[in-house]
Structures are given as C-alpha cells and as structure tokens.
Write a protein that binds this ligand. Structure first.
Ligand SMILES: [Zn+2]
Length: 283
C-alpha cells in the first residue's frame, strides 16, 4: 500500500489542478451560491497544492521502513522532485505576482490622487464615461467618474458603491491574487484556463449580492446595465465587465440551500483527501 500512496497523491494533484476545475466551471448552477462556490474553488486549489507537496513526505516511510533503501529510490526521487518543483514555483509565482500587482496599484493610486477630486477614500474622475472601480490594498480607493454620478439616480449609485465596498471589505483582491498565484505555479500543460475566469465571475456575483442587499434587485440590475460597457484598469476591480451573465444571475434570485451544502461538502473532501492519504502513508 505504501508504494502506491505517492502515486495516488501525484494523481490527485493532477485531478484537482487540471480535471476538477474544468468540470467545476461547467456547473453554472453554483454561480447562484457564489460564496460557497468560491470556498469550493479555494479548497480544490489548496487540495491540489497539498497533494503535490505531500508526495515527498508520503514516500519517506519507504526509506526508513526497512528493506534496501536503493530499491525504493526510484520512487522517492520523483516524489521529492514533484514536491520541490511545486514549492519553488509557488514561492516564485507568489513573489512575482504580489510585487507586480502592488506596483501597478500604487502607480494607479498615485495617478487618481493627482487627477481626481476626493473625499475620504472616494475619488471622482472628471470624465463623462460612466465608470466605477476600486483600487484595493491598504490605502484603498473607490473611483467614480463624473459620468456615473450624472447617469445614475441615488439608489443605483448606492448599489454601485455597495458593490465596490464589498470588494474592498471582503478583500476580494487577495482571493483573486491567491488564484492567479496558484494558476501560475501549476505547470502550463496542467493549467485550467476556465478557472480564473470563473472565479472572477463568482467574485463579481458576490459583490452584486451586497449591492442587492443595499438597493434591491431592480436598482442593482439597472446600474449594471448602465455600466455594462465600462472597463476597469488592470489590477483594479470594476463593476462593468461580465454584466450580461450577472444580470441573469440577479434575475435567478437567491440560491437553493442544497447548492451550498453540496459546495461545502465538496470543498471539505478536496482539502482533506491529500492529508488523509499522507496520514495513511505514515500509519
Ligand atoms: Zn466588481
């Protein structure tokens, strides 16, 4: 049994990094329960990484468990290589992506602080195009254009502000950063291109729920339609992209509780399975 577990862990890593995200992106019903769906996506990412990192420690009992160590070396060595490679890639991607995002955001923040009028952390751009987005981080900014102030009545403007505040207070930027780091750490042929897009959509759907709580579904939907064409700058979180899908989600209403139960159970399984296998290898 001990011989099989490192292979099982490597297989599980591939399953969670490559196969599961493709299948999950196709289950569009879970978009109606964005919070639990995001937990499931995180659990699958963490589970994939854990499985890859656990391959080496799972092979160790073969070396210390007696017999001829040379016999087991053909198994232990690839396991150590897989675990080390993933660890190095993860650290590199985390450093690279973190540094890049913080630089882009700091530059952008300095720019809006210069060109926009402001009150507290809100910045008003003198521009006729309706735009709204936030620049996340420790010195966060909520950026609105004069165009959006002119175009939206107070309840719709409230919805837009609630949406952006949900991004900022929920630190959705950290969530997206986590996913892009994991995405980069996975070797290119095993990456799931749908994953990042689906997670972005779920984050928007989650912020839309905050807007609905503040201003109701009708005002939120109307604000979304006005902002549908607007695009946020890179590394900022905007309101306008993916608007058609989100309008449909608003029309669908709140999710069935069973959806969340399924998503949370799936999350628990994906995150704990690698640890269970590692425990088996050492038992
Ligand atoms: Zn948004």
């Amino acid at each position: 049994m001990g011989h099989v577990i490192p292979f099982l862990l490597a297989g599980l890593a591939v399953l969670l990094a490559w196969v599961a995200p493709g299948l999950m992106a196709r289950q569009k019903g879970f978009r109606r329960a964005p919070r639990s769906a995001l937990v499931a996506w995180q659990a699958v990412s963490v589970g994939g990484i854990l499985a890859a990192l656990a391959a080496a420690p799972a092979a160790v009992p073969l070396l210390v468990g007696g017999g001829d160590p040379a016999e087991h070396l053909g198994l232990v060595l690839p396991a150590v290589l897989v675990s080390t490679a993933i660890l190095v890639r993860l650290l590199y991607a985390g450093h690279h992506e973190g540094t890049r995002l913080r630089r882009v955001r700091a530059e952008h923040r300095q720019l809006v602080d210069i060109i926009a009028t402001h009150a507290d952390r809100t910045r008003i751009l003198q521009h006729p195009t309706p735009t709204a987005y936030c620049i996340p981080g420790r010195q966060s900014r909520l950026v609105l254009s004069q165009g959006v102030l002119d175009a939206l009545p107070p309840d719709q403007l409230e919805a837009v502000v609630a949406h952006e505040e949900a991004h900022l207070s929920g630190r959705h930027d950290l969530l997206l950063e986590f996913f892009s780091v994991v995405h980069r750490a996975v070797p290119a042929p095993l990456r799931s291109p749908e994953a990042v897009g689906e997670v972005r959509l779920l984050v928007e759907a989650l912020a839309d729920r905050a807007a609905v709580r503040r201003s109701g579904e009708v005002a939120t939907a109307r604000a979304l339609m006005t902002l549908a064409g607007s695009r946020a700058p890179e590394a900022a979180l905007g309101v306008g992209t993916t608007a058609p899908v989100r309008l449909r989600l608003l029309a669908d209403g709140p999710p069935h509780p069973v959806l969340s139960v399924i998503a949370y159970s799936y999350a628990a399984l994906a995150a704990t399975l690698p640890l269970l296998l590692l425990g088996l290898a050492w038992s």
